[in-house]
Design a protein around this ligand. Sequence first.
Ligand SMILES: [Ca+2]
Ligand SMILES: [Ca+2]
Length: 327
Amino acid sequence: MRVKSLIICLLITFQSLAQYAPQAGLPGSSAIPASSPVLTGWARYATISRGYIELGDTNLSINGSNRASFGSVENVYGPADGKPVSLGDKGRITIFLSQPVYDGPGWDFAVFENGFRSITDSTMAFLELAYVSVSSDGKHFFTFPSISLTQDTAQIDGFGMLKANKIYDLAGKYIAGYGVPFDLSELSDFQNSGLDLNNIHYIRIQDVGGCINPICASYDSQGHIINDPYPTPFASSGFDLDAVGLIHQRRPSSVYLYPNPTAGTINIQSKQIIKSLLIKDIQGNTILRKSLNVNFFKLNLSNLKSGLYFCILREKDLQETAVIIKL
Ligand SMILES: [Ca+2]
Ligand SMILES: [Ca+2]
């Protein structure tokens, strides 16, 4: 019994001492500067589902809206530039990658938020946190196992500060201009559950809310309540996504689609023989499947609703994906 208590005591001590990479600019930080040459590309297409400005009072409105409204989804497209879109409490955004990211050595992509450092303490910063999930098919998402060791007895208020070294695998732990990197190999246990680490077409980022009251709390992968600035009843409530930088992304396709965007017919041309074609909508639903044996053909899309579609082309020993924009 005594030994058991001692082990529990030691575990609690180790837990409270546990430290992860510290804030950008400090020794041992894993923060990736927006200008880093490891970033070979930037995400471009996304859909957003905004959360409330105040999840404890969903009637509360600002500028006529009870949901976050700051920024537009296009602010996420391209390099980190300090212009974000606000997700709101527990709001989420899903990025679509026409060229998938894959599990290469080390970090595979990085998420940029707009936090800022304390003037008086370089280890502290105003940070808003979010879960990060990925998917190969747009239907099954797998979340990075996050850890938050910030205390959960006193609510971090709407202007409160956090220590990055208490946080692991949550986006937003670094200040503006620095990405939080993610390594897909941490999700290798899910490969039998429908996740293809060599073909990640979707990255989803979901605000944690941050409230410590169990009625509205969010938890990390170890069951700790995640404490972050709350409430934030402003148009810019919740996680502010600036950009997603890509480290291991497949080379651009050798397939040409034109005109794109298209109102009707699209021409598809490839340097290789295309064996089959699959059109999927952004939710991952199959719209069209076709067997082929050509390197050029015309496809009539006039029946499709306006929006983004994935065109997945299987060639001899290669699969390529392009985005089609239907007007
Ligand atoms: Ca990796
Ligand atoms: Ca931006």
